[in-house]
Design a protein around this ligand. Structure first.
Ligand SMILES: Cc1cc2nc3c(=O)[nH]c(=O)nc-3n(C[C@H](O)[C@H](O)[C@H](O)COP(=O)(O)O)c2cc1C
Length: 496
């Protein structure tokens, strides 16, 4: 059965991926089924389930310093974070087709070192590596590297773009032809020369590896500002986004399509994957009951107070989580009460006012209010209903696929793979086997790698056009308007 009549365009395929949670506020730590977030067994079990479900990739976020709340490591987060490339190299050995997407900061790494690491992962996995490029937004992390907050927001993106360009140049230098890139010139050789001279890097040398199968590991981007979106449109293959509701997803998709056109790219060249959560049940009522139960486990009393403190910038431990919201206003100057976390709300005062009004109007306690306004479950329902909704998002171009963030590790994908995947397959919108080719690019439906010279030329042409007609400011006005709307929805999330 397919949801689209035979005379319309063929249905777009739904894609799935899996996020192994790091530091986060989705995981229910108290559940007896919850396992380690460090032991390899957990990664292996999780990855094998994702592969059994024919998922595109496993995704690992990264924090280079554990976040702190009121000067302490926040013990309602996970404590401990293994190194991403090492974990993915191990997962490569127990999987065959699953893509391996790791997050690495362009601000606190160096191109040669990271290109070599990711090139190695692409070799070890026969073409399944991806790099989620993040710009890491604070001086708190920089202290690990004796760099402090050495780049402002715009320069972090300028460096990231330059970094990818350098990395792609390095990857390309590794021998003439990659086995998977269509050449028949024999085995690729290491030792090609590279040189990249730019505002941020002045490097030259020899790359100690041959080209890997994908030549360029797939590039992901996560970051939502106009600069971040332009960076994705000009340099990335995939976006990991937090726009997980239908209308905001459609607006985001349309905004990215406009930006892609400026870089001479089509919308199918950049895949959009929101991070989403889900709860299933045998009936709609049961699913909603389970979802409410999970939300209460995710938001404990102390967790609710800490959540409020993040917005208020104040110590609120004197408040009762089962009582009313504090009368006092947020301390605008103390936004750093939680360090190492991505803040999406710029001015907390209108948000606090709206929360207070809502709590009064609906008779909600602090904990109940936090349950309502912190990240909700994206998909709740029977397996059939969830499949239907996901399909709708994809057909309506609110997403190309979804990065599932389960509330339990490592078993949180099991039920989804057993029950929702067959529903999607029955609707004819989900693969029944992995595609030919075996590379992550094939899973994603992306074409082969495109030489860095072409990327650079497209960026230069876009920038030249932008300066002559001021196109960029029009697109940015639109996205600013959109992000104001998201703020009005009073939603705070933290996937990092
Ligand atoms: C969905 C999403 C996921 C992110 N994941 C990470 C991460 O794993 N590690 C990290 O250091 N930063 C992460 N970031 C932070 C971004 O790299 C960036 O520093 C931050 O969003 C500020 O840029 P922006 O103003 O363009 O959004 C993430 C951001 C978003 C929106």
């Amino acid at each position: 059965m397919t949801t689209h009549p035979a005379h319309s365009a063929p249905a777009r395929e739904v894609h799935l991926a899996a996020h192994f949670p790091g530091v986060n506020n989705t995981t229910v730590w108290t559940d007896p089924a919850g396992g380690s977030h460090i032991d390899f067994d957990s990664f292996e079990r999780f990855a094998r389930t994702a592969e059994a479900g024919l998922f595109d990739f496993l995704f690992l976020a990264e924090g280079l310093r554990l976040r702190e709340h009121k000067g302490e490591i926040f013990d309602l987060d996970v404590v401990g974070r293994p190194e991403t490339a090492t974990v993915l190299a191990a997962v490569a050995q127990v999987t065959e087709r699953l893509g391996l997407a790791g997050t690495f900061s362009a601000t606190f790494n160096e191109p040669f070192d990271l290109a070599r690491k990711l090139g190695t992962l692409d070799h070890l996995s026969a073409g399944r590596a991806a790099w989620n490029v993040v710009t890491t937004n604070n001086a708190f992390t920089g202290a690990n590297f004796r760099r402090g907050g050495y780049l402002d927001h715009a320069d972090r993106y300028a460096r990231a773009e330059d970094f990818i360009s350098a990395a792609r140049t390095i990857w390309e230098s590794g021998g003439d032809e990659a086995a998977g890139a269509g050449g028949d010139a024999g085995p690729a050789q290491p030792g090609g020369r590279f040189a990249h001279s730019s505002r941020f890097f002045d490097i030259e040398g020899r790359y100690p590896l041959p080209r890997s199968r994908q030549v360029h590991p797939v590039i992901f981007q996560a970051g939502d500002s106009p600069d971040g979106r332009d960076f994705a449109a000009g340099s990335a293959d995939v976006i990991f986004t937090r726009h997980s509701e239908l209308e905001e997803g459609r607006a985001f998709y349309a905004d990215i399509s406009r930006r892609l056109a400026r870089f001479g790219r089509g919308e199918d060249e950049l895949k959009i994957y929101p991070g989403v959560t889900f709860v299933l049940g045998d009936t709609e009522a049961e699913a909603h009951e389970r979802a409410a139960h999970v939300r209460r486990q995710q938001v404990s009393g102390p967790g609710a107070i800490a959540f409020l403190e993040q917005l208020w910038g104040r110590d609120l431990t004197a408040c009762d989580p089962d009582g009313p919201l504090p009368e006092i206003d947020p301390d605008f100057d103390n936004a750093d009460i939680t360090r190492g976390r991505v803040r999406h709300v710029k001015d907390p005062r209108p948000v606090a006012r709206a929360w207070r009004e809502r709590a009064e109007a609906e008779g909600l306690s602090i904990r109940e209010l936090v349950i309502e306004v912190s990240a909700r479950h994206s998909f709740v329902g029977t397996p059939g209903r969830v499949a239907e909704q996901m399909n709708e998002y994809v057909q309506q171009r609110a997403a190309d696929g979804f990065i599932l963030i389960p509330h339990l590790t490592p078993g949180g994908l099991d039920e989804f793979v057993a029950r929702v995947v067959p529903e999607l397959q029955e609707r004819g919108v989900y693969r029944t086997e992995y595609p030919e080719g075996g590379m992550l690019r094939d899973n994603l439906g992306l074409a082969g790698y495109r030489p860095e010279a072409q990327w650079a030329a497209a960026r230069a042409a876009a920038r030249a056009a932008e300066h002559s007609i001021g196109e960029r400011s029009a697109a940015d006005e639109h996205s600013t308007e959109h992000s104001t709307q998201s703020q009005a929805a009073e939603k705070e999330t933290a996937h990092v």
